[in-house]
Design a protein around this ligand. Sequence first.
Ligand SMILES: [Fe+2]
Length: 281
Amino acid sequence: MDAENTRPENAEENGGGGISRKTLLKAALVAVPAAPLLVGRATAPASAVTDGPLPLTPACDDGDAPTIEQIEGPYFKPGSPLRTSLAGPGTPGVPLTVSGYVFGRSCRPIAGALLDFWQADNNGAYDNTGYTFRGHQFSDAQGAFRLTTIVPGLYPGRTRHIHVKVQAPNGPVLTTQLYFPGEPRNNTDTIYNPALLMTVRTVGSGREATFDFVLNVAAPSPSPTPTITPPPNGGGTWKAGTNYRAGDQVTYGDVTYRCIQAHTAYAGWEPPNVPALWQRV
Ligand SMILES: [Fe+2]
């Protein structure tokens, strides 16, 4: 095993030392009426709400370091489906949701960030021929994401974990892993890092986990609000703002790519940068 991360500090906001700036920002975000998905999910203190929305300043002074990187491991597979749910009612395993936000170093939420998840099934096996328990999604306008899946099974040599790649528009790819508290193997897994622990609670027969990513970007990219244009007929040059469908072909840098998942192209989502979306022909 290649343990490459040793930083033990968890920069998440959940200690008894007060409320972090990031928490307040989240409270302001969930107070926005246009975010129905988030209403009722936040646990922001009342004071954070009654003080009114917090101004989103470029400075971030609560010590939130960028989320640390971890090894990709041998089971990443490009071209995952665009979907937020990797499991359904009949999927064996303990139901799990993972939700949170994608922030930049400035503590501002990042909209349109690409999150590509992959994990083992209930028996600890990866699907290396298909795309079971693989999927990517984009953070919404508030920087929020939500994954529906199951608690991954254990496999030899590792503690329980979920793999993910997170990328802001125009930003570098963060490859990391998320962990579950209270797992016995957390003590022996040489890759495990407590800074990547999710907050997990039991709800009914399932689990609800939260984790916020902090990407190493100085400021969020401009709000990705492209003017939607139809895809070119028979190909053309890749262009931000175009609404591509699976099967569309484009050229970029004299290379031809085929769209493998329908999406709206943002600056930063150039085909070489988003293997979840584009396949080189
Ligand atoms: Fe793994």
